[in-house]
Each structure stands twice: as C-alpha cells, then as structure tokens.
Design a protein around this ligand. Sequence first.
Ligand code: EPU
Length: 430
Amino acid sequence: MNQYIINGHRPLFGEITISGAKNAAVAIIPAALMVDGVCRIENIPQISDVTLLFSILEGLGARVRVLNQHAVEIDSRQVHSTKPQFDLVRQIRASYYLIGALLGRFGEATVAMPGGCDFGVRPIDQHIKGFTALGAKVEEGNFVHAKVEGGRLTGASVYMDVVSVGATMNVMMAAALAKGTTTIENAAKEPHIVDLANFLNFMGADIKGAGTDSIKIRGVDRLTGGTYSIIPDQIEAGTYMAAVAAAGGQLLIKNVIPKHMDCISAKLMEMGVYVEELDDALLVRRSGELQRVNVKTLPYPGFPTDMQPQIVAVLSLAHGTSMVTEGVWSNRFRYVDELKRLGAHIQVDGRVAVVEGVDHFRGAPIQACDLRAGAALVVAALAAEGTTEISHVQYIERGYEDLVGKLRAVGADIRLVDLPEHRSTMKDIG
Ligand code: EPU
C-alpha cells in the first residue's frame, strides 16, 4: 500500500502534458476484441486500469504487444474464449464493455458483474435493455451471461431511459457487428463516446451521429484493423486546472482539446481564474482571490461529475458559500469528511453540498476513497499549509498517469512512499 506525502502551499509553475483519456481507453481496448485483425492504438495512458485490461484480453487469447510507453498492438484473431477471468474483471468497472464487444463479435459473453468506484447504486439495466433489443438473451447473477441464437445480433431501435455513458458505448459496440441498422436515442454525448465511434469506424464500422443524442449504427460483417490515437483526457486536464486554481501559480496544460474543456474552464473563469485557450493547450493562472460559484454536475456538455470532488476542493478555498449539486451519482460526497480534516467547511444533504470557503487548509493524514475523490485530496493538499499524507493512492493510480512526476515537474513537493500494511483499513473495491 502506498501513500503520497505532500508539503503544500507552493504555487505551481510550468507545463504539464495530458495523457490519453482513461474513459476512452477503457472502452477502446475491449473494443479491440471485435477486430478480426491487428489494431495499433496510440496515446494510451499508462495507468493501472489499462494494464489490467491488457491482462484480461491476453487471458481471452488476444496478443497484446506493447510498442512503447503509449502505444500497443492488439491482435484479436486468435481469441478463443468469451469468459474473461473473474478476479480481474471484478477489479474494474469498465469491464462491462467486454460484454458488448464479445457479444457483438462472437454472439456470447459471460462476464462477472463489474466492480469499480463505489458512489451509489450502479445498475446496468440500460446496457441489458440494449442487448436484449438486439436479440440477445441476458441472464444476471454474479455473472452476466448474454447470448444470441445464431451467433449474430440484429439491429434495432434502442431508447435509453437514462443518459448513460456506459450503456451508449456498450450498445454501440454490440451493434457495430449486428445484422442491419441500430439507432440509439437519448444517447450520451461525452467526448469518449465520439472517440469510441471513431475508433470503430477506423476499424471498418459504420457509425454516424456519435456526439449527438441520436446515434445510427449500420452493422458490418467484419472489423479489419488499423491505427488509432486516443483523445486527451478531459478530466486529467481539469484536475490540473483545479490544482493551479487551489495552489496558485501558472500552468500551461498541453495536449488538450480546448472545446472538451469548456464546461470546466467556464466555471473556473467564473471563480476568477484566468484561462486562455490556445490551439491544443490551455494557459491557467490563479493570482487573486477565488469567488464562490454554484455547480451542478450533468451529462456532457454539462459540468462533469468526474470533476465534482476536485471543484469542491477548490471552492472550499473561495470567498463565500457555494452550492454543489451532484446530478449524476446518488452518493459521490464520501470524500468530504477527508477534506474536513484539512479544515474545509462542507455540509452535505443528499445530493447537495454547501461549501463555505475557508482561508486556508492545514495538512493532515487523509485517505482516498475512490479515483476522483483521491484527485480532489491531492488538489487540496497542494494548497494546504504543512504536510498531508494521503493513503490508498492505488485508487488515484487507476486513472492518472505519473501524477507524482507531472506535479513535481511544476514545483510541487509530492512524493510516493510505502505505507505499512497494518494502517490499511479500507476495503479495496478497485
Ligand atoms: N445508470 C442506470 N442504468 C444503467 C447505467 C447507468 O440507471 O444501465 C445510471 C447510473 O446509476 C448513473 C447514471 O445513469 O446515475 C450515469 O451512469 P453512466 O452509465 O453514464 O456511468 P458509467 O458509464 O458507469 C462512466 C465513467 C464514470 C463517470 C460516468 C458519468 C467510465 C469507465 N466510467 O461511468 O467515470 O462518472 O460515466 O460520466 O467511463 C471516473 O472516471 O472516475 C468515473 C467514475
């Protein structure tokens, strides 16, 4: 078990280059199973969720050849199993994409119910509704078993009852190799949905409308392979924007798609942070006092739920009282007690947090309880006076490539150390 030791209250100056998007990579890697050929994927983030997915694919018979730090070649011609290894699948939420990918290509999938960050009920009923509409019979228990008679799905109309990133991507994958045309209405519009559609199209699929709420997928017989580069990570970029907003200084955040950042940039600018949009970079500077704002998380292009903990950390240091409403997950404020240990004044009532700005944070030992919660604690610790020890950083390393190295390069005093096992008390939910 590792921890971060952060001596905070130092402004950040310099450049940070953003890695490939985690939530695109964790869908595109399973989608590589659908390709009856070789695909080369570039701009892959070096994070533990990705490494785990490579092991899962290899267990199914795919050949995964790491070309360099950020590029991999996946050859799925010899895939011989539709039952990914139980204990690996349980460690990562995104393993539900294995269902859509395997069902789409082989007509069958048996996948353990996915694990992942725990912030409320995480049903997959919309995924199952989609697979069923395409003709699969789906049974749920400890495993999801999906099978279609005759081995090939048939295109259909699917209306999503909730806007779901995962269900939109999963049904899009399954439909890419179905017989006939599928339409997904009330689809999610996140940048990683467009990225998955682009990946599948590069491999030979015929998908139109990704990025709108109506996606049309004309099924093709086969995906054949090619090269694809994953988009930059919107949330990683947003996290470093939050870090400079909290700690002060100026960062040039490189390798971003500024349009994807609008929902985050707008809120930070409203708080008084200077954000300048360049071609594929953002210049972010905090000089004066931060002002209160209200935030509500929503599906894209709204303010992302995956930035909610980080923005709460920043608002805790703003002048005045802010209201933050979580519009996506039922229980995503579990980290608030840890922020309070640093001196934050936050009251949570259901899906609303009332954040009363304080003058400063003071370092303390705290624990990450999930990926973005952990990122928020890092943001807060960078601003805090004195030393903060953050434990359970394995959650953070699921989604942030070389967080310590990137922050050290811009002047943060952060280091990774071993934590003796006996201090580890929280359940690891992956
Ligand atoms: N929902 C249903 N039924 C479903 C699916 C979802 O009711 O079948 C509900 C959920 O309970 C939730 C809402 O719909 O209230 C949205 O869930 P969604 O399906 O969009 O979430 P997800 O696909 O499971 C992805 C990201 C999350 C991110 C959400 C929302 C991945 C691997 N995960 O999860 O990212 O919070 O979309 O944007 O892409 C993270 O990166 O830290 C993270 C948790």
